[in-house]
Design a protein around this ligand. Structure first.
Ligand SMILES: Nc1ncnc2c1ncn2[C@@H]1O[C@H](COP(=O)(O)OP(=O)(O)OP(=O)(O)O)[C@@H](O)[C@H]1O
Length: 317
């Protein structure tokens, strides 16, 4: 059953005499117990979707239904039905992670005992118990961000919306966080994760959409989309020590690219041993350092789809 149904939503902003079409006929559905990844370059229109789900913005046209309730007609319901971790860091001031998480749980109507149990469980899961009672002014950006997640997760609504939850978080706690995101779905909560960390999200998201310049470019089951993009292909990744023109391009690979000193080359899976031989030769010529063969990822699909399009234009208000 769909918890979030966003249909044909269009939203534009007017600023300094200019109109920006932030969402252009966007339709997204998120089912119970599903983690939905919303991907897109800066300025693609992701936060505009989040703000409309929460009832903070009204679409120009289209419908938004959460748990069967019309959010366009009753905008306050958005904030009741969804709990949210906003994109900005949670400013705690002199308050502590434990106190703000408790307040949020109580505001959302769960008993003090349940709030304490959930708060302890979340802090332990994310390994931030040692900072639970430290004032916000003395905490790192990562701990503040994780506190923002706990505030959204302590008493989740029918949907939990997480806008860039992994920013500033160290690699180990990011793993705990992705696992905590999956845990949220166990009682049927639908989770929307807005993130640029597609490589990490890949293991957790069930369904996804790629947004570009306000439009949905691709949407569906994340595993299927990755499978379709990968086909029978693999990828060679290597540290390049020379520019592209110095390499002898193999006849069998597609698209040898060097960007920021990293070489990538995709090829049919059965050519894996050829690819390793080629890489060893290039290393012997002093053109490559470390190299490895990897699977095609969801992030590769994203880059193929969006590329550098919109990366420059989209973000200015
Ligand atoms: N209040 C506003 N007034 C005018 N234009 C806005 C406003 N908010 C957003 N925009 C514009 O709408 C478009 C979509 O912005 P939005 O913040 O939804 O993108 P985003 O995908 O969330 O970006 P990011 O990944 O950088 O957070 C951008 O072109 C942005 O400049």
């Amino acid at each position: 059953m769909a918890v979030i149904e966003l249909d044909h939503v269009t939203k534009s902003y007017k600023s300094r005499g200019r109109r920006t079409l932030a969402n252009d006929d966007v339709s997204l559905h998120v089912d119970e117990g599903e983690v939905f990844g919303l991907f897109g370059h800066n300025g693609a229109g992701k936060t505009t979707i989040v703000n409309q789900l929460l009832g903070l913005l009204k679409p120009d046209s289209g419908s938004i239904v959460i748990d069967g309730q019309d959010i366009v007609k009753n905008r306050n319901l958005g904030r009741y039905l969804c709990s949210v971790q906003p994109q900005s860091k949670t400013p705690l001031g002199e308050l502590t992670p434990r106190s703000v998480t408790r307040v949020m749980g109580q505001l959302r109507g769960i008993s003090p005992e349940e709030v304490d149990r959930r708060t302890t469980e979340l802090f332990e899961k994310l390994d931030i118990t040692q900072w639970a009672d430290v004032q916000g002014t003395k905490l790192s950006g990562g701990v503040l961000r994780l506190t923002g997640f706990c505030m959204a997760a302590v008493a989740p609504g029918r949907a939990v919306i997480l806008d860039e939850p992994t920013n500033d978080v160290d690699p180990v706690r990011r793993r705990y966080l992705w696992s905590a995101i999956r845990d949220l779905t166990k009682d049927g909560t639908a989770v929307v994760v807005v993130t640029h960390s597609i490589r990490e999200a890949e293991n957790t998201v069930d369904t996804m959409a790629v947004l570009n310049e306000g439009k949905v470019l691709k949407q569906g089951n994340a595993r299927q989309i990755r499978g379709e993009a990968a086909g029978n292909r693999m990828k060679l990744e290597a540290v390049a020590k020379a520019t592209e023109d110095r390499f002898e391009k193999p006849g069998w690979g597609e698209g040898l690219k060097i960007s920021d000193g990293e070489l990538t080359l995709t090829f049919e899976r059965e050519l894996a041993s050829e690819a390793l031989k080629w890489a060893a030769e290039q290393r012997d010529r002093g053109l490559l350092a470390e190299y490895s063969l990897t699977e095609i990822t969801l992030e590769d699909m994203y880059i193929e789809l969006v590329g550098s399009r919109g990366a420059v234009e989209g973000a200015q208000r």
